[in-house]
Design a protein around this ligand. Structure first.
Ligand code: ADP
Ligand code: ZN
Length: 791
């Protein structure tokens, strides 16, 4: 008798066991999606074992069917999910959440159906919402559709909307129905154009035919994007001058690979040779490529990947979430043509799906993408490159809280490959590992273009303030900007995201406007005329009077990009100013559009973290950090390291092809992060910071685990946290700090207390948490436990 192990597709921290079913005559393999009975209803599940012979026959419930969709993951994906569950103390179901593309799997879900022509509107539900549901929505719809609808979002926030839906359901105007819904994402077909045999007349049609001859197989949609109207395309196809074919979309470009015309610099050549030697050895190794900004790390990556491909292997390139510029993508596309798939975080889930399918079919040699690309169903991966490996976006902040570098390391260990960590400002963890010889160290100490790094001018804002300048720009910055504009050179102004969302402060009573559910000030969103909570999504209109004392003296505290851009325009009315942040890049393609405009005709680019990385424009000769302190004053032991890296990155945008300068405005000019960054002295900074970390026993001297206890009842949360802390102290496996309230102690009406654990070895600590604390936490309905390993 045979059995197969299936994990119900439920993301829950309380449920972790695969169940054994009778496969019947279904041919099943790891990653297949099935429908099976669970309790008294049907559920969707993932196959997590091969079909095997049972040692003892026993009564098993049968699989109902293999669901007709692609595999949700492959063997490697499953192995990595197991690794994540083990390392980060989550369930396998939660870990698979990072591996599986949700939209590619059918699910059983609730839909809402309207029951009456017009509801007896309960007074608590806004008329606007009722009208929306009854006039704009289909007969039945999903909750997500409602919650995502822009009009609904204007009516109320997520939680309030949910409450309204409950009211309508209870009162009988809406009904819930359970349904097996098809996967949203399925293989897609697109229309492509090829030249036909018949000639056609007319300037537009002729231009189109020439264009298609130059780009045979181009997608019809791309031809329209290139400026040919749908009508012209239809006419050319109708006349037989073009042929239109329906092909499977794979998200791959049809470019032929081209070689970079540059010859490697001697430094690059040395790094490439050492990487090549490691690849030849064909066993698991890690190397750190420490190269200053502009040293040509991408060139090294591409040459090394070419080597891998020649050897018959494949490669994954991880890039930070927001730094995959169209420029960087184009370089990989140019090098690998149709064998590369690039998954932008800015792309739709649809395009990510296409790329993953192409990986699974073996059509891709190189995958470039953010964090989650490390799980891609690509076979024979012999090299994983992590670009800007120190970047915080490699750590996922919600469950599963994995670190992509750790997962990449595990993947290379499993596949006997090379992990290459590239950075201008390596994390102290990898730097310490390289210093101690545990991983190889390759360096590119100078810029590939033979230009020096820009000279950095640190402006002391305290002196500016004393001299009577209360503006956000120092006189040095105003002068530097003016010079660039005169010389028709470009400038980049960086505004730290962490401080940029402004809150409102009353100048009369001194109160800031706080979220009613969280212990944090609300952020101003001028465009929408709203105050928003960035934690729970609470929103309210911007008030004209202080809700506390009634005075009309509310002051916007933030130095956001909007305000900085306005200031540039006020000082230099003729400057062409572009702004890039999460407000101006809400739609797919915004990012690329803004950068293209900046390259073509912009003078000043004002932005958040998005402009700090990856941009490589020759005529940028000024990079400035508007307020360097905003990142220094956060409660995080990595604050100095992060600030150093950001300042180095921002300054690195300048002077790549023409001598350039950089400017850092700060109230703390003597802070080591700022002093060393201005001197381009990574070694100096790392040595000082490592000494401090060692003294305080912070990573890399120790490993850190945060345990958060979260719940509505403050006393209960605190006493539970204290109980856990006592147990941990008694176990003696780690230094136990706290519990203490989180820096933001209350979010969405829930209190949060944190225990910080420092340990030399986390393995026994992990085992203790799993065996002793998790069962308690799962049994406690009043509190939740949030575990963050290596935060
Ligand atoms: P990094 O990623 O290290 O910051 P990039 O890879 O973006 O640096 O390279 C910086 C610039 O140097 C790019 O414009 C690139 O085209 C150029 N470059 C890289 N390698 C060479 C080389 N060997 N010769 C000339 N230019 C190079
Ligand atoms: Zn809130």
């Amino acid at each position: 008798m045979r059995g197969v192990d299936v994990l119900p597709a439920i993301r829950s921290s309380r449920y972790d066991l695969p169940l054994t079913y009778d496969p019947g005559d279904c041919a099943l393999g790891i990653g297949d999606v099935v429908r099976m009975p669970l309790g008294n209803r049907d559920a969707i599940g993932f196959v997590v074992s091969p079909v095997y012979e049972l040692e003892q026959p026993r009564a098993l419930r049968p699989i109902r069917e293999r669901v007709d969709c692609g595999r949700a993951f492959d063997e490697t994906g499953l192995a990595l999910a197991r690794f994540v569950a083990e390392q980060y103390l989550c369930t396998l179901g939660e870990a698979l959440g990072a591996v599986v593309l949700g939209g590619a799997v059918p699910r059983i879900r609730d839909v809402l159906a309207r029951t009456e022509d017009a509801p007896r509107a309960p007074r608590s539900v806004p008329v606007r919402l009722i009208r929306l549901i009854w006039e704009e929505f289909a007969e039945s719809f999903t909750l997500e559709q409602l919650l995502r609808h822009p009009e609904a979002r204007r009516v109320a926030d997520r939680r309030t909307l949910l409450a309204h839906v409950r009211t309508l359901t209870r009162q009988g105007s809406l009904r819930r129905i359970r349904r097996v819904a098809d996967a949203r994402l399925r293989e897609r077909r697109v229309r492509v154009l090829e030249p036909g045999d018949v000639a056609i007349r007319g300037p537009k049609a002729e231009a189109l035919v020439t264009f298609v001859r130059e780009n045979p197989g181009i997608e019809r949609a791309d031809a329209v994007l290139a400026g040919f109207s749908n009508a012209v395309v239809a006419r050319a196809v109708g006349a037989g001058a073009l042929r239109e074919l329906l092909v499977r979309a794979d998200g791959l470009s049809s470019l032929q690979p081209t070689r970079d015309p540059h010859a490697a610099t001697p430094e690059q050549r040395k790094a490439i040779a050492e990487i090549g030697a490691a690849l030849e050895r064909g066993r698991f190794e890690t190397a750190l490529l420490h190269g200053v900004t502009g040293s040509g790390k991408t060139f090294v990556y591409i040459e090394s990947i070419q080597r891998v491909v020649q050897m018959g292997g494949r490669a994954i390139v991880l890039v930070p979430e927001i730094s995959l510029t169209p420029q960087a993508a184009a370089r990989f596309r140019a090098a690998f043509g149709s064998r590369v798939a690039v998954v932008h975080s800015a792309l739709s889930e649809r395009e990510r799906f296409d790329a993953w399918e192409a990986c699974a079919r073996g059509e891709v040699d190189v995958l470039v993408g953010a964090r989650s690309a490390v799980f891609a169903p690509l076979r024979d991966v012999r090299l994983i490159v992590v670009d800007e490996a120190h970047d915080p976006s490699y750590k996922q902040e919600n469950v599963p809280r994995y670190h992509a570098v750790a997962v990449a390391r595990e993947r290379m260990r499993l596949e006997n490959g090379l992990l290459l960590l590239g950075s201008a400002t390596p994390s102290l963890e990898s730097y310490a590992a390289a210093r101690s010889g545990r991983i190889a160290l390759l360096t590119l100490p100078s810029r590939a273009t033979a230009l020096p790094l820009p000279e950095v001018n640190v402006v002391d804002l305290r002196a500016e303030f004393e001299a009577g300048n209360r503006a956000i720009f120092s006189s040095a910055l105003v002068q530097a900007l003016g010079e660039r504009l005169e010389r028709r050179e470009k400038s980049i102004l960086f505004v730290n995201r962490r401080g940029s969302a402004g809150s409102l402060l009353c100048r009369t009573c001194g109160a800031a406007i706080h979220c009613p559910r969280c212990s944090i000030a609300l952020s101003v969103h001028r465009n929408e005329r709203l105050l928003r909570c960035h934690y729970c999504d609470f929103q309210m209109p911007i008030p004209s009077r202080c809700p506390n004392c009634g005075a009309e003296s509310l002051l916007d505290l933030g130095i956001g990009t909007e305000r900085v851009a306005r200031e540039v325009s006020r000082l230099f009315p003729h400057a062409r100013v572009l702004r890039m942040d999460s407000d101006t890049t809400t739609r797919i393609g915004d990012h690329a559009r803004i950068l293209a405009a900046f390259e073509a005709e912009g003078d000043v680019l004002v932005g958040t973290q998005m402009v700090a990385k990856g941009l490589d424009y020759p005529t940028v000769t000024l990079a400035a950090v508007v307020a360097a302190d905003l990142g220094l004053n956060v409660a995080d032991f990595r604050a100095a390291e992060r600030s150093f890296a950001l300042i180095a990155q921002v300054c690195g945008r300048s002077g790549r092809a023409r001598r350039g300068g950089a400017l850092v405005q700060t109230y703390a000019p003597d802070h080591p992060a700022i002093r060393f960054a201005a001197a381009h002295d990574y070694e100096g900074f790392a040595a000082a910071e490592l000494a401090e970390r060692t003294q305080l026993d912070f990573p890399p001297a120790s490993r850190l685990v945060y345990l958060g206890v979260i719940g509505r009842d403050r006393a209960r949360v605190q006493s539970t946290a204290e109980r856990y802390a006592r147990m941990l102290r008694d176990a003696g496996l780690a230094e136990v700090l706290g519990p203490a309230p989180y820096p933001i102690a209350r979010v969405n009406e829930e209190w949060r207390y944190r225990i910080a654990l420092k340990a030399r070895r986390v393995k026994p600590l992990r085992a203790f948490i799993r065996a002793e604390l998790l069962p308690l936490a799962r049994a406690d309905v009043k509190t939740r436990l949030a575990i963050n390993v290596d935060p």
